[in-house]
Design a protein around this ligand. Structure first.
Ligand code: SF4
Length: 650
């Protein structure tokens, strides 16, 4: 069975093209691409993807950096005549595919490629909210008013309503937040703007497209919603290709799980107050019940610890001790929703609000009253938010039944999928036992382009003296590399500590994650000669700095996931209980893939050259280090600092 409604539609003139002929030395690509290189790995991958689509089977491809994997999956997808969803790890990659790669391919295809991209609703403008804001005073402050003018002028000309066209509006814009198309307050077909709505248009485009480019978050939001009453977001499709597929276990876990927060309750209170004033159905009773809901919410969420991430197990005892506070919150939600249902002649405005109140009631009940042993329950405090989370311990069964068993073809690809040359870890974690697997080696000459330095004299990174001893080595390496480095840490605390130690000693321009948004920081790094950037996990992947500006990547320790993290702890415990060895089956493979990702930042082109430094010498001293080495490309290894100095002096 497939999530599909279409039949295969081989293209007319394009039907004569094959992936092999397209990528061949005298093929279409060689004639159109100014820097065409014949890459046998790219052809192998394209042929494998074409076969997977034709034979209706799943495929896992690890494609080393430089394979050209994007074209290797796009070309067979276009040629297949099927509707294929391409799911990427980030919106940036999504935009690159749609605005760069697909138009480039179009020039080589005789027929139009029917393609579109879809993002989450919060990326699009809600016309109705914009028109409402023109009439009613919902904007506060000069900044919001200025941004509103920009959005209002743009609305008249934009065809997509996608905020990425609006460079002038900052990431956390509160004006945008008041006008985006989140489903929260959307009245759907009852809305006066429905026919002109950007979301309606996005769905129309998707229905008319063969290639639909999404990101993992939207894909899994859709997959989780398919079995629910509110239905799907994406059109039916026959195949999906996941790029950056190493991320999908985490993303699937988020969407197959549940999250309820105090912020959701307060947003509901704010929205009901605003809509009731705008549509003139506010009453003293409704206002009172909103104040009560806000107060009950604060009382209830104050019962949870304000920790970063903490496991929650004692549902029964918690309910027993706090039944009154919990019941009052439920009652307050019910009261607001009942009062909204009584409002006459405004159902299109009240319905989405009633639905939200009911979903919050259900979410709280599900989280607190009926805990499922298949989930791990945890609480996270972030800023002013307290989030009650439930995450499936094992997503493999859900992925198997909702994705791999239902769909004819799923292609998983990334530069980091195999551990020590094997795909067992990924197949087990994702529930895809019957896939064809393929490893495409990077065309880069890692043995000559890269030197890996592991200082043998540093203490175990878990020892307190590690930070200052490591800072000395980082200093020496950065002197040799003349800056031009990423220094990546597994924790914020360690990053700040080492940054402070080096601030007074280093002459190179230094920047640290958190000082500016990630993209701005990265741009500054690219533009600043000899710069050194200190970062944590968000700089470990999806970052591309070609050339000499990034000549050195230093990593503080083997990136094992924090064992006390509630999700990691539940997953390791589940493996132990099933009789497995959690360290070798889960923690080591997971860390090996993360290290491969982090080191992968260095070499992004055939002419790149540089040093990798791992400050954690357990990799050379302990038996599991072998798994890491067997998972990495064949870098040249040294334990001597002079080799690093000579490497950069050469
Ligand atoms: S249909 Fe929904 S998202 Fe679209 S304009 Fe109307 S309220 Fe906004």
């Amino acid at each position: 069975m497939s999530i599909a409604s279409q039949t295969d539609r081989p293209r007319g003139a394009s039907a004569r093209l094959t992936p092999k002929s397209f990528f061949a030395r005298n093929g279409a690509l060689s004639k159109a691409h100014p820097n065409y290189e014949h890459r046998p790995g790219q052809i192998d991958m394209a042929v494998a993807v074409a076969e997977a689509l034709a034979d209706r089977r799943h495929l896992i491809v690890e494609a080393g950096t430089g394979t050209g994997k994007t074209l290797a999956y796009l070309v067979p997808s276009i040629l297949s005549g099927k509707r294929v969803i391409i799911s990427t790890g980030t919106k940036a990659l999504q935009e690159q595919l749609f605005f760069k790669d697909l138009p480039f391919l179009q020039s080589m295809f005789p027929e139009p490629i029917r393609a579109c991209y879809m993002k989450g609703r919060q990326n699009y403008l809600c016309r109705q909210k914009l028109y409402d804001a023109e009439r009613e005073p919902i904007l506060t402050g000069m900044e919001e008013r200025k941004e509103f003018q920009i959005i209002r002028d743009w609305e008249k000309v934009t065809k997509t309503g996608d905020r990425s066209e609006l460079g002038e509006i900052p990431e956390g814009s509160s004006a945008w937040w008041k006008m985006d198309a989140r489903s929260d307050n959307c009245s759907g077909q009852k809305c006066a703007q429905f026919e002109r709505c950007f979301i309606t248009e996005m769905h129309r485009q998707a229905l008319a497209s063969d290639i639909v480019v999404v990101n993992h978050h939207l894909f899994f939001a859709d997959l989780a919603a398919r079995d629910r009453a509110f239905g799907s977001i994406l059109p039916d499709y026959e195949a999906v290709i996941f790029d950056e597929a190493h991320e999908i276990e985490d993303v699937a876990g988020q969407y197959f799980g549940l999250s309820v927060s105090n912020l959701q309750v307060h947003e509901l209170v704010k929205d009901v107050a605003a809509v009731s004033r705008r549509k003139q159905f506010a009453t003293p009773e409704l206002d009172r019940s909103l104040i009560q809901l806000g107060d009950r919410c604060d009382e209830f969420f104050a019962l949870f610890p304000h920790e970063v991430r903490q496991g929650f197990r004692n549902h029964k005892q918690f309910l027993h001790a706090n039944d009154a506070v919990y019941s009052e919150l439920q009652l307050a939600l019910k009261t607001v929703s009942a009062r909204l249902e009584l409002v006459q002649n405004a159902v299109e405005d009240t319905l989405p609000l009633v639905r939200r109140a009911q979903l919050l009631q259900q979410g709280l009940r599900y989280w607190l009253e009926t805990p499922d042993p298949a989930n791990v329950y945890w609480v996270e405090a972030r800023g002013r938010g307290v989030y009650l989370q439930a995450t499936p311990i094992d997503v493999s069964k859900m992925l198997a039944s909702r994705l791999f068993d239902r769909l004819e073809t799923v292609v998983l690809t990334s530069a980091t999928l195999a551990v020590a040359g094997e795909f067992d870890y990924l197949q087990k974690r994702l529930g895809v036992p019957n896939a064809r697997t393929l490893s495409i080696e990077s065309p880069y000459d890692y043995a000559n382009q890269v030197l890996l330095y592991v200082p043998p004299h540093l203490p175990d990174p878990r020892q307190p003296e590690f930070s200052w001893r490591a800072a000395d080595v980082i200093h020496e390496v950065l002197e040799a590399s003349r800056g031009r480095a990423f220094v990546l840490f597994t924790s914020y605390q360690q990053m700040r500590q080492v940054y402070e130690m080096l601030k007074i000693r280093l002459d190179h321009p230094m920047m640290m994650q958190g000082e500016a948004p990630r993209t701005a920081l990265l741009e500054k790094f690219r533009q600043t000669p000899g710069a050194v950037l200190f970062g944590t996990s968000s700089f470990w992947q999806g970052i591309d700095v070609q050339g000499e500006q990034l000549s050195c990547v230093i990593i503080d320790r083997l990136p094992f996931a924090v064992p006390s993290d509630p999700v990691i702890a539940a997953r390791t415990e589940a493996i132990r209980q099933a009789g497995g060895n959690a360290f070798y089956e889960y923690q080591v493979p997971q860390a090996a893939l993360a290290l491969k990702q982090g080191f992968g930042r260095l070499i992004r082109g055939a002419n790149d050259r540089g040093a990798l430094v791992l400050l954690d010498n357990r990799i050379t001293k302990l038996p599991y280090g072998r798994v890491f080495f067997d998972s990495l490309p064949p870098y040249r290894l040294t334990k001597k600092l002079e080799d690093i100095q000579n490497f950069f002096d050469a």
